[in-house]
Design a protein around this ligand. Sequence first.
Ligand code: NAP
Length: 350
Amino acid sequence: MTEKVTIIGSGPAGWTAAIYTARAELNPVVYEGAETEDNRLKGTLPLGQLSLTTEVENFPGFPAGDMTAYLDSAIEPDKRMYMGPHHKHGVSGPELMELMRQQAKNFGTRIVTDDIVEVDLSQRPFVLKTLSGHQFTSHAIILATGARANYLGLPSEETFKNKGVSACAVCDGALPRFRNKPVVVVGGGDSAMEEATFLTKFASVVYIVHRRDSFRASRIMAERALSNHKIQVKWNSTIDEVLGDEQSGVTGVRIRSTQDPSRSEVLEATGYFAAIGHTPNTDFLKGQLKTNEKGYVQWTTAQRTYTSVEGVFAAGDVADDYFRQAITAAGTGCMAALDAERWLAAQGIE
Ligand code: NAP
């Protein structure tokens, strides 16, 4: 059987595309990713980047308050492992993703817990291969595999993820653990400037640790950061190790001079934010459609989710290195579903 529409990826873009295509009776299948150690290490497990964060306070519809009864009723019992007894926040990232997954399932979406590792977009229907060795064909594809944050690759970053280590200040910056405490941002691009400036709303001091003596960031963003009295820059420095313990999470970082490696210093901090760029999850596409210079899938038409291959649509962070928000991913997921539905109808596939 050739699928009408295959959705690859299981973040907000993928589930929104699934909800819309399922309601349009296109019988979508979602490849949500495989639960492998490799995906865990890369940060590409099912349910995407949001499932790696804690509280989500800016997704409309989830005001702070006690949502326990609602979440209990909405999420299947075997998917409630992340739910605490009391919800003082809006919703947690993992909960929000379980809710979206359940919503897609309620409308009949089929879900396969496997990776797509290879596609052939040179012919229609398209051919897809999974990690477990299954091969099938699909008339339309919605790419929603997202992107992953780059980290330096230190074992101590892994140890303290969700305990003070983050790659998203907008997602996590307002958490109580960062309030009126020093935090560290590593990087020298626009993201680092933006994250550091944002964090000054909450933190007592924000250290930017950058490996060179000048920023890559645009002048306006760099100047904004440099003129903020709460920001201190540690030039020509790299992070040796994130320091902390089981109970407190991150307690500081040890930095080392790139000019004189014998010089190191400990900065006390309750947070460590990596802002050294993202990598789109496009390895499996192997250059079969147009990407930008950073590897993000290119939308080819304004206000549409078309890619350079007819019948292949893209939604969410895999095609967006600019907004990168859950709500914008969900929005483009909806657009991709409607684009796919109309394209399939034009092909006489309904
Ligand atoms: P970026 O411009 O590639 O900057 C990455 C930064 O991380 C660079 O300063 C780089 O140092 C540093 N870095 C990379 N690998 C590192 C490593 N292993 N160790 C230490 N430092 C490392 O990435 P970005 O800041 O995420 O920005 C991505 C794009 O989004 C850019 O085009 C940016 O303009 C755009 N953006 C725009 C806005 C805005 O306008 N509001 C906000 C955010 C992002 P070096 O400089 O030494 O290479």
